[in-house]
Design a protein around this ligand. Sequence first.
Ligand code: GDP
Length: 296
Amino acid sequence: MFDNLSGRLAEAARSLTGKGRLTESNIKDTLRQVRLALLEADVALPVVKTFIERIREQAVGEVVGRSLTPGQELVKIIHAELVTLLGSETAPLDLRAQPPVVLFLAGLQGAGKTTTAAKLARRLIEKDKKRVAMVSVDVHRPAAILQLQTLAGEVGANFIESQSSEDPRAIVDRALDESRRTHVDVLLVDTAGRLHVDDDMMNEVVAVHERAKPHETFFVIDSMAGQDAVNSARVFNERLPLTGVILTKTDGDAKGGVALSVSEVTGKPIRFIGVGEKTDALEVFHPDRMASRILG
Ligand code: GDP
């Protein structure tokens, strides 16, 4: 991820070589390059505009420290702004509530919800020593239920069965009862996804959410998807009280626009990133590390 964007930002910073300090005029072309680089990486336009404006305000008139060239100074400013854009803080899972703590995953089909549910389960079992159960309410796709069952077996989580003939709300009620009865610490609810947001899907996921009353509601988003995915993030955020975003497939060659737009568009922090297909390929999200990665 970010390969092209990193190269383009480095190039923009290099264009300041030989300049004594950052000024309104010498930074103009450079900021145009930064703007283009962000747009090419599919960062949402309003996000690009705000970002460039913040950099301009800070850069102009900045007295260059003795050890920094204007290029380095600009990189420093961009780094700080990227961290702000990416949400500044790392927020770990809060597992202190009365068990079962319910974690809810929503998002479009193919975003990586089921895989991410398994990754979270593995992390909770291995690292936090929790008893974990998983349930799928994707009554539209029996294959999705089966996939979750296989993954639950792989990571050592309890699998709570569900049938495609059942009402998703009834599945949630049953899963909560079963989790209480079997002293499960964390229940992961994997929901149905469609290729595009539609009313039926949103109404269903909202109804299931109301029943599950989760402690964490994650929006799972594929970093390889384009602007459409960011628009879907906006819709999900309007309908569900999201507590965070999980960004998947950051190991691929995504341009990076989704990563840079999603927090700003939803106002919710990225909490975890998927870094591969295997069930151990999940990392806590660190905005500063991601900013450094973007700047190469
Ligand atoms: P769902 O429809 O949202 O439940 O999506 P799935 O969990 O079935 O994932 C769709 C595809 O994306 C699968 O082939 C996963 O292996 C793959 N996938 C999910 N997360 C990642 C990730 O972080 N990296 C990579 N490379 N592939 C991923």
